[in-house]
Design a protein around this ligand. Structure first.
Ligand SMILES: Nc1ncnc2c1ncn2[C@@H]1O[C@H](COP(=O)(O)OP(=O)(O)OP(=O)(O)O)[C@@H](O)[C@H]1O
Length: 436
């Protein structure tokens, strides 16, 4: 597309938005007080010209033509005032930085099929979180999914870090919540006990620009954590398990590194599994508990473990099974026949828990750093709905989040920085793993 084409398209779109800007003009003034002054000065000037028109245009000097001239001026001046006022309203409706934002978005390729970039309608500080600036765009037909896919590019165009993007006004506008690029999440957020959520069964992961990031296992029962080595998965896993323990859950940890990742304090409080034979036994027990609970819930007519506990007072605990490298359990490469048989039994038990665990309070938190799509089978992966990915290459990001977003958005040197399946970037709380 040539520059003239683009100019032409931009002009057309600007005209289309003229009316809209006029409508939004007065609301856009809220973030640009200098425009209010401009409006006041214009109106005062127009009134003064009207009042002193006789002196300004020296009508008496034109003899017999004076009445005609006066009639013409009386007609033209109001027209001029109204026209000028309309022009001013249009100007007021163009938020500060609107042109730069649009050109930036065009440069990074966020355009519709006709080559039009979104139009900034207004920009203001968020009422709930003043750190955030809200940019309201007419998306020009570009769906939110495309904004999400091009999030890193939109950030470049707006010179900001985006916290959230959403539809507004019945999908007529897109709101982008962002902070200036210079401000970012802190690199270290030490865990404090006061962050523990009082709600059942809510676990806290860290902080995003929008506030704390949490997962409620009662609603989203299983978690998949991804990230390349050193991204902070183990720290996040321990953070979640520590909270699960404090909330009364029984925790089962498969750790084939001989317990190095989990200090001694954990061994007394969790069921540690160091060998694959033991793992099959433990998973067998968990699936047996699942079947038992299924029967109890059916007998009592309760839809889930919380309702059952409330109705019976039994106080069945939630059970959490965690593994720091799930690929170690499922990768058949180099296995003999017997080992393959064991791996497929492990896989089918994990799949059963993934499919049915939610109602019965049995949860999986599985982590991986292996960028190999075939290792976590679909029937397990598709049921791990809460997906978190740290620093990763595009293949691993695709496996965890179904997009390359983590590779695009998490800096290469970031530790404890994660991206959630819904696009939220957060800094995980730093938890040293000792204080459980
Ligand atoms: N939330 C965090 N905040 C700050 N730094 C962190 C955080 N989490 C981890 N780190 C840093 O990153 C290092 C690696 O963390 P961690 O062992 O959890 O990574 P990993 O992804 O599990 O790596 P591996 O797969 O090799 O075990 C930690 O020693 C710590 O220095």
């Amino acid at each position: 597309m040539t520059r003239t084409d683009k100019d032409h398209i931009n002009k057309r779109t600007e005209n289309r938005h003229l009316l809209r800007r006029m409508k939004t003009g007065l609301t856009a003034v809220k973030d640009t007080p200098y425009k209010g002054l401009l409006l006041g000065a214009y109106l005062t000037g127009a009134v003064l010209v009207w009042l002193f028109r006789g002196h300004l245009f020296s009508l008496d000097n034109y003899g017999m033509f004076s009445p005609v001239l006066e009639a013409v001026i009386n007609l033209l001046l109001p027209l001029y005032s109204v026209g000028g006022l309309l022009a001013l309203l249009v100007l007021l409706g163009t938020p500060w930085g609107g042109r730069e934002a649009r050109e930036g978005l065009q440069r990074v390729g966020l355009t519709n099929h006709a080559g039009e970039a979104p139009v900034l309608l207004s920009k203001y500080a968020d009422g709930d979180n003043p750190r955030l600036t809200v940019w309201e765009f007419d998306p020009c037909g570009i769906p939110l999914k495309e904004w999400e896919d091009k999030r890193a590019r939109v950030e470049t165009a707006l010179d900001s870090i985006i916290a959230k993007m959403e539809w507004g006004e019945g999908r007529k506008i897109i709101r982008v919540y962002a902070v200036p690029a210079a401000s970012d999440l802190p690199a270290l957020l030490p865990w404090k006990d006061k962050y523990l959520s009082p709600d059942n069964f809510v676990l806290v992961l860290g902080e995003s620009l929008l506030g704390p990031v949490t997962v409620n296992l009662a609603h989203i029962p299983h978690v998949l954590l991804g990230g390349s080595t050193g991204s902070g998965k183990s720290v996040l896993l321990k953070l979640l398990l520590m909270q699960a323990l404090r909330k009364g859950a029984e925790v089962y940890i498969a750790d084939f590194k001989g317990g190095v990742d989990f200090p001694k304090a954990w061994h007394g409080k969790c069921h540690m599994v160091f060998r694959e034979d033991d793992l099959l036994y433990v998973l067998g027990q968990l699936t047996a508990v699942l079947e038992y609970r299924k029967g109890r819930l059916a007998e009592t007519g309760c839809p889930n473990i919380d309702a059952y506990n409330e109705a019976t007072g039994d106080g069945l605990p939630r059970l959490v099974f965690a593994c720091d490298e799930v690929a170690e359990l499922l990768d058949r490469t180099g296995m003999d026949k017997e080992q393959k048989e064991r791996a497929s039994q492990i896989e089918s038990k994990l799949a059963l828990i993934a499919r049915q665990g939610r109602a019965f309070g049995i949860h999986l938190i599985l982590a991986t750093q292996r960028p190999d799509a075939t290792i976590i089978p679909g029937q397990i992966r598709n049921n791990l709905d809460f997906r978190v990915c740290g620093r990763a290459d595009s293949v691993l990001s695709q496996i965890i989040l179904d997009s390359t977003a983590a590779a695009d958005q998490i800096p290469k040197d970031a530790r404890g920085r994660f991206l959630l399946h819904d696009g939220t970037v957060f800094q995980g709380y730093w938890f040293d793993g000792d204080g459980i």
